[in-house]
Design a protein around this ligand. Structure first.
Ligand SMILES: Cc1cc2nc3c(=O)[nH]c(=O)nc-3n(C[C@H](O)[C@H](O)[C@H](O)COP(=O)(O)OP(=O)(O)OC[C@H]3O[C@@H](n4cnc5c(N)ncnc54)[C@H](O)[C@@H]3O)c2cc1C
Length: 377
């Protein structure tokens, strides 16, 4: 079977889905989304679905703010759902030694929104009963919340299908063929798809997919865990998201009187995506509950359930996004690490602009070379 399209997207996680949605909205293009497993079956299924603007680069802050606004209006963009994005606000938390880091985040955010603040000690506890009275948050922003990442992915894909998106699940991409250095066709276990534009949005597998087109990218992996705890009675379900200024821990409310908390290990050089080890070490659970107790004046006992997650960034900790150097028509969007869900709609929109208009005012020139020299910041 051979299918002719204008754009092929590889990977039906949140990034591929957001890109498919934006492309079918931006132009009258024949787009195919290829996925080796089920929709949202990769790391997106494991994501905690938190979106906040505490990002490591001003452009990522901008992407997150834009994406949060998109999620807040998801019913309008994608049709109504029982599982909409829940806006909670988010507090950046750290110790006294982290003041400079928090100040830098506050400055970066203040340039982009007027309504972030540095709450006085006790202010969050007064606003959200259950928050630890002694908690000193360095920054609070109302622009944050969470959603079910897998369901959001499916909604994006369904909305794109109403505009003609072709979806092929069980289509494992084996090779991207290039002609005269440009993308031409993609061979999968479900036949081949010919297209002058190919977008690799295969998350932590993007390096392998690009290797089939003789392109080398380096991804580094971090291991983490998401743990679900029963909320003690004194905790209100409406507490904000807490994000550790070092990006090691986070905490958010969850339906059914649960709290979802996460731990993210530093990058480990030799770590690979596969084989995937599901074991969550008890030490990780202990450190997560210490963080939770720092944020909420409660004792948390053993988690009700937990799972591991692996996420990828470029070798310098920044994403890989934009045109693949020296390969006309080949694009990549991967390596957004622990904040992939938070930025995906803006990433998809930016890629769609790059493809439909030839450039994008918010394209990401800062991301790792040799990718995406689209603009000068
Ligand atoms: C502890 C922890 C919690 C996290 N929680 C959050 C959070 O709260 N907020 C946030 O913003 N981010 C979070 N993340 C990160 C984030 O949610 C995921 O990394 C993200 O969903 C990945 O999306 P993706 O689309 O890039 O990749 P994926 O979801 O992995 O999708 C890639 C897809 O490509 C497919 N694929 C791969 N190879 C091929 C091939 N050869 N052919 C066809 N298909 C292929 C895969 O099957 C997969 O479905 C978290 C990370 C950690 C460590």
């Amino acid at each position: 079977m051979k299918q002719l399209c204008e754009v092929v997207i590889i990977g039906a996680g949140i990034v591929g889905a957001a890109t498919a949605f934006a492309l079918t909205r931006a132009g009258n293009l024949r787009v195919a989304l290829l996925e080796k497993g089920p929709l949202a079956g990769g790391m997106t299924r494991r994501s905690a679905g938190v979106a906040h603007p505490f990002q490591s680069h001003p452009r990522l802050i901008q992407y997150a703010l834009e994406s949060i606004a998109f999620y807040q209006n998801a019913a309008q963009h994608l049709g109504p759902s029982k599982n909409e994005f829940i806006t909670t606000g988010a507090a950046l938390v750290g110790g006294n030694a982290d003041a400079a880091k928090m100040f830098a985040q506050a400055q970066a955010l203040a340039r982009l929104t007027r309504d972030s603040s540095a709450p006085a000690r006790g202010a969050l506890a007064a606003q959200f009963p259950g928050v630890a009275p002694q908690l000193q948050a360095g920054l609070f922003t109302p622009h944050a919340g969470y959603a079910d990442a897998a369901q959001m992915t499916q909604r994006l894909i369904q909305a794109a299908q109403t505009r003609g998106l072709t979806v092929a699940t069980g289509a494992h991409v084996k090779q991207i063929q290039t002609v005269s250095g440009g993308a031409r066709s993609v061979t999968t276990t479900m036949g081949s798809f010919e297209a002058p534009i190919v977008i690799v949005a295969a998350g932590g597998w993007s390096d392998k997919v690009l290797a089939s087109a003789s392109q080398t990218v380096t991804l580094q992996f971090q291991r983490g865990a998401v743990l679900f705890y029963e909320q003690p009675p004194e905790t209100t379900a409406s507490h904000p998201i807490f994000w550790d200024v070092h990006g090691e821990f986070f905490l958010r409310p969850h339906p059914y009187r649960l709290s979802a908390a996460g731990w993210i290990a530093p990058p480990t050089p030799a770590l690979t995506l596969e084989p995937f080890d599901e074991f969550v070490a008890p030490t990780a659970a202990t450190r997560v509950s210490q963080f939770m107790e720092q944020c909420l004046a409660s004792k948390f006992v053993a988690p009700k359930r937990s799972h591991t997650i692996m996420y990828a960034t470029g070798a310098d900790g920044l994403p890989l996004m934009g045109r693949v150097h020296d390969a006309a028509g080949l694009f990549i969007a991967a390596g957004f690490g622990a904040n992939t869900f938070a930025v995906a709609p803006a990433v998809g929109k930016t890629l769609a602009q790059l493809i439909v208009d030839g450039n994008a005012p918010t394209a990401a020139s800062f991301f790792a070379t040799p990718y995406a020299k689209e603009e000068t910041l």
